[in-house]
Ligand binder design. Structure first.
Ligand code: AMP
Length: 271
């Protein structure tokens, strides 16, 4: 496993390879990240993982400050997996040095779900993914369905511009079905119990959704109840089609999306 600390070594090291699988991360490596790496190892000749906490995609300074960072431990886990060929650890200037101010904007139709609540977040994500794709030129990029809207926007944006394919990977959960996330380290045991109960409740809501006459109305009521019962603040609880992310009433190709705050930690999931 070779560690690449800057763009010069990155470009030199990657030159011989044209079948690269790329797994972008912000560190805090967990089994969710490892599942993406496993898939890359299966489908590509070489796998490169990046660890870069991109300040431009944080719309909230506190969130950026408290985001878990432990490069030493991350490298230990990645090395132990024996599946990673390169780890890219760029500094801010490696990414943004020759970069003009981003002109990326979201379409009005995309300003939904997290984009509505985290202003500028996805513009930052698309910008950094665009720069990564230019520098690394991967054949495939592996991304998790946990961050479904991110996967959807990055796929639509990059596949129009480059030959690179975005490969969706299913959400990995712990034994209590909580979606793994680097931010989970900021949760107490009792927070985790609550998150597990919320997951169960989401599954139930999804199961009964179609027996309701007015789904929108039902979800508004469920959102209120969840907020009261679990003492959480919910940004959204919405049922959407996974091919176009439009609000839907149909069962096929649809999921229930949620974003909520637990102990000031923002969690997202979709079931
Ligand atoms: P992050 O480090 O949180 O930016 O995540 C890096 C990549 O891992 C993104 O494509 C995420 O969607 C993916 N990811 C994060 N958590 C999970 C999970 N529990 N299951 C599958 N993929 C995940």
């Amino acid at each position: 496993m070779k560690i690449l600390f800057n763009n010069k070594t990155l470009i030199e090291s990657l030159r011989p390879f044209n079948d690269l699988g790329f797994v972008p991360t912000m560190g805090g490596i967990h089994r969710g990240h490892l599942s993406l790496i496993n898939k890359s190892k299966k489908l590509c000749k070489k796998t490169i993982v990046s660890i870069f906490l991109n300040p431009k995609q944080f719309n909230n300074k506190k969130d950026f400050k408290s985001y878990p960072r432990n490069i030493k431990n991350d490298l230990k886990i990645l090395r132990k997996s024996k599946k990673v060929d390169f780890v890219y650890l760029p500094k801010f200037k490696d990414i943004y040095k020759n970069h003009n101010k981003s002109k990326i904007t979201l379409d009005k139709k995309d300003k939904i779900l997290c984009a509505k609540f985290r202003i500028g977040h996805f513009e930052g994500v698309l910008d950094v993914m665009n720069i990564f794709t230019k520098i690394i030129n991967p054949k495939k990029i592996f991304m998790g369905e946990k961050d479904f809207q991110q996967l959807y926007l990055v796929k639509n944006f990059l596949e129009k511009k480059y030959k690179t394919k975005i490969i969706p990977c299913r959400t990995i959960r712990d034994k209590n079905k909580i979606a793994l996330s680097s931010r989970n380290i900021l949760l107490s045991k009792s927070n985790k119990n609550t998150a597990a109960k919320i997951y169960k409740k989401l599954k139930n809501i999804k199961r009964v959704l179609h027996s309701k006459r007015n789904i929108l109305d039902f979800l508004i009521k469920q959102k209120k109840q969840l907020e009261i019962n679990f003492k959480i603040q919910i940004d959204y609880l919405e049922f959407r089609n996974i091919q176009n992310l439009k609000i839907t009433k149909k069962k096929n190709n649809s999921r229930l999306f949620i974003a909520y705050y637990l102990n000031n930690v923002r969690l997202i999931d979709n079931v």
